[in-house]
Write a protein of this length. Structure first.
Length: 224
């Protein structure tokens, strides 16, 4: 028997998002329309619409629906906006932004995840999402500036390169803190070249990995 996932998606929106004060109509429409179950491993599709993060392999997760909706709403995306995403992961967050009408430039450190997400985008005919495999700490300078930046893994400090790639009037949302501890989701707004920080809610994300720093550290140890 085929499962009607649209019923689960609608229930997710009504029971998990609207009841927790997500009010943006574009965000709610996107969360209701993007097939979340296609962004998780097949064995977990029955749990795709529960209010919980799920593993997607390689030590990574897809964030719980509420966090995706909350971060998207606070970013305040509009059709036509150019958005940088750090951490493609499953591709679900990028798909939600694309549904709203944004052009998304998404960077994923792990080649397998980048390839898997790209495959889902193609199968769903999702346009306006560009994926590259690379180190998110460096952003995507050749495509900058961006109207907004969303980071879906937690650095200990906000990477300066990302703030420099944010356009005037833009917003950056990022979880900040150490791995295996409570982090804080922070929203930065850029005006007159300066950033204004707003601390939002406590969260727990996988750490943002600086691949180049890791290579430099290994080289130092080997040479030392």
């Amino acid at each position: 028997m085929d499962i009607d996932y649209k019923v689960f998606a609608s229930g997710m929106v009504d029971e998990q998002l609207i009841t927790r004060s997500i009010t943006s109509r574009p965000v709610l429409d996107a969360m209701r329309s993007v097939p979340r179950h296609l962004f998780v491993p097949e064995r977990l599709r029955g749990d795709a619409y529960v209010d919980s993060p799920l593993p997607i392999g390689l030590g990574q997760t897809i964030s719980q629906p509420y966090i995706v909706a909350y971060m998207t709403e606070r970013l305040d995306p509009k059709p036509g906006m150019k958005i940088l995403e750090i951490g493609t992961g499953s591709g679900y967050q990028a798909a939600v932004l694309a549904h709203i009408g944004c052009e998304v430039f998404s960077i994923e450190l792990r080649e397998e995840l980048a390839a898997a997400a790209s495959k889902v985008f193609t199968s769903l005919n999702i346009r306006g999402v560009h994926v590259k495999c690379g180190d998110g700490f460096y952003g995507w300078p050749e495509e900058a500036p961006f109207d907004a930046v969303i980071v879906t893994a937690a650095p200990e400090d906000v990477p300066e390169r990302l703030t420099k790639q944010l356009a005037e009037g833009g917003r950056l949302i990022v979880p900040v803190g150490k791995a295996n501890s409570v982090q804080w989701l922070k929203l930065f707004s850029k005006a007159d070249g300066r950033l204004t920080e707003t601390e939002l809610i406590p969260v727990r994300f996988v750490p943002m990995v600086n691949a180049q720093a890791g290579r430099d550290q290994r080289r130092f140890i080997e040479e030392g």
